[in-house]
Design a protein around this ligand. Structure first.
Ligand SMILES: NC(=O)c1ccc[n+]([C@@H]2O[C@H](COP(=O)([O-])OP(=O)(O)OC[C@H]3O[C@@H](n4cnc5c(N)ncnc54)[C@H](O)[C@@H]3O)[C@@H](O)[C@H]2O)c1
Length: 275
């Protein structure tokens, strides 16, 4: 007989980092629809407000808190966790979602993201938010989860963790000769690292009943330049980009006891692009 009793998220609280961006509110819609409270964290206060309203529009009973939090600042993250806990509140689910996603330029603008003239400040920022920030949040909230004997960490990686970015999609002729911008190396490094972090922390805290898994989404349609849209479609088995709400259910699956016997793993959901 199956055990269908613990598959909602009622009584759980999820912290979503980088929640003021494109996917953050959709993680929030999924998690609150399944009964969780959510804490939306970001450095962008306007983004947080928009995100909160998007979730409320979908579910006007959703319990939502927002917090301006720079995840690269260990002391700030510790301070938030301390204050939160002293109010008898507890983060059971952490979604490491924040990352820098350098926007690929419109075809015809200055070529950016090349290896030869990669901006080192940009490199450091990408690593800082994507890797260090995810580590800091995992360390602070995961330690508490381990002490409580229950917790879930979900690392939002990318299909670019398991395949090279085909830079030809940024060319008007789909060739190597006139690539207009490059998906930067930092992104591949950050997303690949999250798979390593997922495995390491899954081993480290597995015996404390803290599960750590990664989601590898494919490209989400967000009014990208037409040329890019068409090029990516041709390279994706399902022939389209992801819709912005298509990861909501998998986040609930990973956060809930539906995935209770799963840790250290990655779910690839990329329309078949990496195949
Ligand atoms: N959108 C896609 O097509 C796609 C595809 C695959 C993977 N992903 C991954 O999904 C996640 C969410 O993507 P998105 O499209 O919503 O990105 P986004 O750029 O829209 O949002 C990222 C958010 O992170 C925040 N942020 C940046 N630095 C921060 C810091 N120091 N502390 C706290 N917050 C910070 C930003 O303010 C922003 O609101 C990212 O990890 C991304 O790499 C996205």
């Amino acid at each position: 007989m199956g055990n269908f009793t613990n598959k909602t998220l009622r009584g759980r609280t999820a912290l979503i980092t980088g929640a003021g961006g494109l996917l953050g509110p959709h993680h929030g819609i999924g998690l609150t629809s399944a009964g969780a409270k959510v804490v939306l964290a970001d450095i962008d206060s306007k983004g947080l407000e928009i995100s909160k309203n998007k979730i409320l529009k979908f579910n006007n009973k959703a319990e939502i808190e927002t917090i301006i939090l720079d995840i690269t600042d260990l002391n700030a993250v510790r301070e938030f966790q301390k204050t939160y806990t002293s109010n008898n509140k507890y983060i059971d689910i952490l979604v490491n979602n924040a990352a820098l996603n350098p926007t690929m330029k419109e075809v015809g603008s200055k070529v950016v993201g090349k290896i030869e003239d990669y901006d080192m400040d940009q490199w450091n920022k990408e690593i800082d938010v994507g890797i260090t920030g995810a580590f800091i949040c995992s360390r602070v909230f995961g330690t508490r989860m381990a002490a409580e004997g229950y917790g879930v960490i979900i690392n939002i990686s990318s299909d670019l963790a398991i395949r090279a970015p085909d830079q030809r999609v940024y060319s008007p002729t789909m060739s190597f000769d006139d690539i207009q911008s490059y998906k930067p190396l930092g992104y591949s490094i950050v997303k690949t690292s999250l798979i390593g972090m997922t495995r390491y922390l899954a081993e480290y805290w597995g015996h404390k009943n803290v599960r750590v898994n990664a989601l590898l989404p494919g490209g989400v349609y967000n009014n990208q330049p037409q040329q890019l849209v068409e090029n990516v479609k041709k390279r994706t088995l399902l022939g389209r980009w992801a819709n912005v709400d298509e990861y909501e259910d998998v986040i609930v699956f990973l956060a809930s006891d539906s995935s209770a016997y799963m840790t250290g793993q990655s779910i690839v959901m990329d329309g078949g692009r990496s195949v």
